[in-house]
Design a protein around this ligand. Structure first.
Ligand code: SF4
Length: 339
């Protein structure tokens, strides 16, 4: 049986803040940190590609990379690389047409009953495959005026039951902003669920500190945290502990992954991930085909291979550990299930 160590959370607030403030911010730093600083080809590619989308990588995640392995699944997600510079037909800046679905700056309303807030305007980890790598965070950055407009929008549509906090990564913001958000939400009675989509628990687990857990515990809303993890190597006992803290407060824990060439495009990798998530008390929810954003074409896994991998998962795992294989199609009113 896997035993979750009883880590001491006292004082972690300071830890996570310093981890947020001391990110790796260049390909060169990242390559040097993982023992690949002499690879001139990788250095040159990174220097060009990071001009389009900066490198941001927190140390707790970088320490999980196998030193000297240019094909490490975590490194592939963090390091700017030459293929990002290619202009590939069908890959565009806004593949999900989110600009058209933005009702008021910071609020995207595409699906019935739920809206998405771009709660944070940056991430602690810039994932190279991110479909929002060209997103206009500046125009959507929340301020008092935008929050007032968003509150009016939410209050005026009683069909909205759920708020989805997305990003940037919502856990990039401090606890004070979360508390103010939940306080404001209390006044809108028809909203009963808050869903937080975040990659932070896997990359800086200490961010799930006591204060944050207490904010969620006090909320009258049903809380769902959807972590974004793509490979079992991203997880450790600190992640397990963070999930344990949330679970004890009745938070529903799910995971969504993106199927990424060179990262998790094998049945073994996907099966290991599902098993490892379950150890931490997290259920696999979605396995996404890549959204076709420009700069990420080299991560694409075909639908045929995805279907094949998914069938292998079904043959080896209990149903509750098999995520739904989906893709998102712009203007559709829900995600599209592939099987
Ligand atoms: S954490 Fe999420 S929003 Fe941020 S870069 Fe990664 S995939 Fe994109």
């Amino acid at each position: 049986m896997h035993i979750i160590p009883q880590l001491d959370l006292s004082g972690q607030t300071e830890d996570w803040q310093s981890e947020f403030n001391h990110l790796i911010t260049s390909g060169q730093q990242l390559l040097e940190a993982v023992g690949l600083g002499c690879d001139t080809a990788l250095l040159e590619q990174a220097a060009q590609a990071e001009k389009l989308f900066p490198v941001r990588a927190p140390w707790p995640l970088v320490r999980k990379i196998k030193p000297g392995d240019a094909n490490d699944p975590i490194l592939k997600q963090l390091l700017a690389s030459g293929p990002e510079l290619l202009d590939v037909a069908g890959y565009v800046a806004d593949p999900l047409e989110e600009t058209a679905a933005t009702q008021t700056p910071g609020l995207i309303h595409k699906y019935h009953g739920r809206v998405l807030l771009t709660f944070a305007s940056q991430c602690v980890t810039n994932c190279r495959y991110c479909f929002r790598r060209h997103f206009d965070y500046e125009s959507n950055r929340l301020n008092q005026q935008k929050l007032r407009q968003i509150s009016e929008y939410l209050a005026s549509d009683t069909s909205i039951k759920e708020i989805i906090l997305s990003g940037g990564d919502p856990l990039s913001v401090g606890n004070g902003q979360f508390q103010r958000f939940f306080d404001a939400l209390e006044k809108i009675e028809h909203i009963d669920k808050v869903r937080i989509h975040t990659r932070v628990p896997a990359v800086i687990p200490a961010r799930i500190d006591k204060e944050f857990v207490n904010i969620l515990a006090k909320s009258k809303h049903k809380i769902v945290v959807v972590v974004h993890v793509n490979h079992a190597q991203e997880l450790d006992e600190h992640f397990d502990f963070a999930m344990q803290q949330l679970r004890q407060q009745g938070v529903t824990l799910l995971n969504q992954s993106v199927l990424l060439k060179g990262v998790n495009d094998s049945a073994d990798a996907l099966i290991n991930l599902s098993e490892r998530l379950f150890t931490a008390g997290v259920l696999p929810y979605y396995l996404h085909l890549l959204d076709q954003v420009s700069g990420a074409a080299h991560f694409y896994v075909s639908q045929k291979l995805a279907t094949n991998l998914h069938k292998q998962m079904q043959s080896k795992l209990p149903g509750y550990l098999v995520p739904r294989l989906v893709r998102e199609i712009a203007q559709e009113k829900s995600k599209t299930w592939i099987l």
